[in-house]
Design a protein around this ligand. Structure first.
Ligand code: DGI
Ligand code: FE
Ligand code: FE
Length: 198
């Protein structure tokens, strides 16, 4: 687990950077991520750290997010350049490094891909993506009891269900679908159904 003093300092800093409701969500993600890490054999300290920091850039203004990504040489798509809802994850991975001193690439990757996922996610990336969706404070998404159970029984099937429900939700609300979200869904649709056929 994250060392005690470091964890206290990090939580204090996040409490100031986030709205109270977002801070509580963050604690829920960190807690859920450590539970999933214990279940699936991932590094619990990395899971906790990535969970704590995943939304660290949530309230950074869009122009500042763009500057962070530009300075870190991270490419930003057209759609991302218009949306803090999408860009906060990529910008968050930069801020985690520059403002919170995180150097671990696995942790930074889990922050970077927590909104859209990506094909061939690492175990830690899957854990943060899923924890963000199922932490105890989340209650609006459909199928949560089924998805929460799947998170502990079949992690890839869980991932696919979240991606499929997210695409349905975005389609129903006439929201533009990010290329990476679609690519992630396509990839896991193939791998999960491929597994079922064997
Ligand atoms: O930051 P959180 O609210 O905890 O959750 P998040 O980072 O998963 O998602 C932020 C928002 O991004 C959420 O409202 C869903 C949205 N999102 C994810 N994929 C796409 C998307 N929005 C659009 N327009 N297109 C996507 O492909
Ligand atoms: Fe987020
Ligand atoms: Fe989140």
């Amino acid at each position: 687990m994250v060392e005690k003093d470091k964890r206290l300092e990090l939580c204090r800093k996040l409490e100031k950077a986030l709205k109270y409701s977002r801070f509580i969500h963050t604690m829920g993600v960190a807690f859920t991520a450590t539970s999933l890490a214990a279940r699936w054999g991932a590094d619990m300290e990395k899971a906790e750290l990535a969970g704590l920091l995943h939304d660290c850039a949530k309230y950074v203004p869009l122009d500042e997010m763009l500057r962070l990504c530009r300075e870190a040489n991270l490419p930003v798509s057209d759609m991302e350049s218009r949306s803090t809802a999408l860009l906060h994850s990529k910008a968050g991975s930069v801020l985690a490094r520059t403002a919170y001193g995180v150097e671990d690439e696995e942790v930074l990757g889990a922050i970077r891909y927590h909104t859209t996922g990506r094909p061939e996610m690492t175990l830690l990336e899957k854990i943060i993506f899923i924890s963000d969706y199922i932490e105890p404070g989340r209650c609006e998404a459909p199928n949560l009891p089924e998805i929460r159970a799947l998170a502990f029984s079949d992690i890839d099937a869980c991932l696919l269900k979240i991606l499929s429900d997210t695409l349905s939700y975005l389609g129903d609300s006439d929201k533009e679908i990010d290329q990476m979200t679609q690519m992630t869904y396509n990839y896991y649709k193939e791998t999960v159904s491929g597994k079922e056929e064997n």
